[in-house]
Ligand binder design. Structure first.
Ligand code: MG
Length: 158
């Protein structure tokens, strides 16, 4: 069996009046991520981790933010498409692990819903998906207006 690991990262500023979708879960919150798509930094980081593991470009190359087709796009649809391309390239996702750093919504309250949703999108059991929320602990880069920063790793096998 051959194993490969991929790393993904994404960040979006949070602003008032944007709907807040993180990890494919809509969260009631006064701010939400700015973005060409729905701004789901968690799913974007996972998408890049999967693509990295499979050696298939990156999210921005496959779904450029200059393309009007992806404006307001449901990132869940993009992640499903990417998971199917990874499988088509002969790689099977084994697990996903994510760290979400934000001074916005409390991730812990939505962790189980995110694990289930990410599992559905990638084709994994929720038990093979982990999501950990972290406070930025006052770091200026993530304080102020607010932000969400996500790091993901994904293992694939063939
Ligand atoms: Mg993004």
């Amino acid at each position: 069996m051959k194993l490969r690991v991929g790393l993904g990262f994404d960040s979006h500023a949070l602003i008032e009046g944007r709907s807040c979708v993180l990890g494919g879960v809509r969260i009631p919150h006064p701010t939400g991520p700015v973005g060409h798509s729905d701004g789901d930094a968690v799913l974007h980081a996972i998408a890049d981790a999967l693509l990295g593991a499979a050696g298939l470009d990156d999210l921005g190359t496959l779904f450029p933010d200059t393309d009007a087709r992806w404006r307001g796009a449901d990132s869940g649809k993009l992640l499903e498409e990417i998971a199917s391309r990874v499988r088509a390239a002969g790689w099977k996702p084994v697990n996903v692990d994510v760290v979400v750093v934000t001074n916005g919504p409390r991730v812990a309250a939505h962790r189980e819903a995110m694990r289930r949703r990410i599992g559905e999108l990638v084709g994994l059991d929720a038990a093979d998906v982990n999501v950990k929320g972290k406070s930025p602990e006052g770091l200026p880069a993530a304080d102020g207006a607010g932000a969400v920063v996500a790091y993901a790793v994904c293992l694939v096998s063939r």
